[in-house]
Design a protein around this ligand. Structure first.
Ligand SMILES: *Cc1c(COP(=O)(O)O)cnc(C)c1O
Length: 428
């Protein structure tokens, strides 16, 4: 199986090259040249087994082929339960049972294990530079923590993440260092990109990236959609539709990949916060990236969704792409109302990101939609307790992994919003 770039200016390449490189040399995003069609007619015994089934065709020529199953067993070691809510057709797909209580754990764990297996043990250590608005940095830190041959350098915007998110970035130690940058998330991303494209720096300090455009983050996420949809279809004889809280479009693109591979994924709805670049586009406007707005669902505060380039590549034209998705924007007041009402209305406490999807579900039901829907729960509400607890009026019990993380001491160093400061931090 071969891979090319969304910009089409590279020769077809192997998945191993694409995983290590992250971004294609022509500045585009890596994509498979076609979508394989594994057998999704019968459920798999476990999420890990479905991950192997989903990913095996992509890894047919990989040096990791024989180890793929072991990597999937290790990466997909916590469940993604689909819970029915009160109404028979309403469900929530819980993707937050991993070490940092957000869905990004799955793909970060897969990527860390794949990169470790691909690296030359004699090479100097690789520093993974990750800019984060909260959840990515923690998932990447947890996934690479104590992995030989890797260091992780986290850049996050001071004061822009929840206290528990900050703790989750700062509690690792060993080969992980966290820097709170005196700036915005966009500043952090700019610093990381500048380092990753600085050839002189990279000659001295081997750098790697684990951001959401990496194929090693995108493809593994198709596994939980394939698993959930295949199980659902086996039991109910119909596809399951998904509402995906969306920022950079990584998670929703994975749902699309699962559907393109033949899994029984029905409609995919994008639930966005007040950052409405995608809702505007899908409603018919020309694509126009917007400046980022700060919202309660901070992991979705994205004005220029990076995976959009992949979705456009996979569709013949704008009309075809617009036919494949519907996108809705949910403002902060509605996020608050949805969280407040959710315990009575649905019997759950959602995180602010999950609340955007829950709000879209409510709108669908009010409009008379009776199809089966799964709201994708992207993070545990206890990670955002300062928002959620006052709205529901009681404490939200953190899951065991979060309790463990909160019990560890946390340290971060302040970093000026300045490239020279980052270069110094990289130890040159
Ligand atoms: C990252 C994140 C999202 C957005 O996912 P994308 O793949 O960037 O669209 C939504 N919710 C939570 C909790 C996240 O951490």
């Amino acid at each position: 199986m071969q891979f090319t770039s969304t910009r089409g200016r590279i020769p077809p390449t192997s998945i191993d090259v694409a995983l290590v490189a992250g971004l294609a040399p022509d500045g585009g995003l890596y994509v498979p040249t076609c979508f394989p069609r594994p057998d999704f007619s019968v459920p798999a015994p476990s999420l890990a087994a479905m991950a192997t089934r989903t990913l095996a065709p992509y890894f047919a020529d990989s040096a990791l082929r024989e180890r793929l199953d072991a990597i999937c067993v290790d990466a997909f070691c916590f469940d993604a339960p689909l819970r029915p809510l009160d109404g028979a057709a309403d469900h929530v797909l819980e993707l937050f049972h991993g070490p940092t209580a957000a869905f990004k754990d799955y793909a970060a764990r897969f990527l860390a294990r794949a990169l470790e297996a691909l690296r030359d043990p004699a090479a100097p250590p690789t520093t993974i530079v990750v800019a984060t608005s909260g959840d990515t940095g923690a998932a990447v830190a947890a996934a690479f923590h104590r992995r030989p041959g890797f260091r992780v350098l986290i850049l996050y915007p001071e004061g822009k993440v929840s206290p528990r998110q900050a703790h989750g970035l700062e509690c690792w130690g060993d080969n992980v260092v966290a820097y709170r940058v005196d700036g915005s998330f966009d500043d952090c991303q700019r610093l990381a990109k500048q380092a990753l494209s600085d050839e002189a720096l990279r000659a001295q300090v081997p750098l790697g990236s684990a951001n959401s455009i990496s194929l090693g983050r995108l493809l593994p996420q198709a596994a939980y959609y394939a698993h959930t949809a295949t199980d659902y279809h086996a039991r109910h004889g119909q596809p399951l539709n998904f509402i995906v809280p969306t920022g950079n479009l990584g998670n929703a693109s994975a749902a699309f990949v699962a559907r393109a591979m033949g899994a029984a994924v029905g409609e995919i709805r994008l639930a966005c916060n007040a950052n409405d670049t995608l809702p505007r586009y899908f409603a018919g406007d020309d694509y126009a990236a917007q400046p980022t707005r700060t919202t309660l669902a901070n992991a979705m505060d994205v004005g220029a969704p990076s995976n959009f380039e992949r979705l456009r590549h996979w569709h013949a034209d704008d009309a075809a792409l617009r036919a494949a998705f519907v996108a809705d924007s949910v403002d902060d007041a509605t996020i608050r109302d949805t969280i407040r009402a959710a315990p009575d209305r649905h019997g759950i406490v959602p995180c602010p990101h999950t609340a955007t999807a829950l709000s879209v579900l409510q709108t669908l039901r009010e409009g008379g939609d009776t199809r089966p829907w799964a709201v994708v729960a992207t993070a545990h509400p206890a990670k955002f307790e300062s928002i959620v607890e006052p709205l529901v009026g009681h404490a939200v019990e953190p899951p065991p992994a979060l309790v463990e993380c909160l019990a560890r001491p946390a340290t971060a160093t302040r970093l000026a919003n300045d490239y020279r400061a980052l270069v110094a931090a990289l130890g040159t």
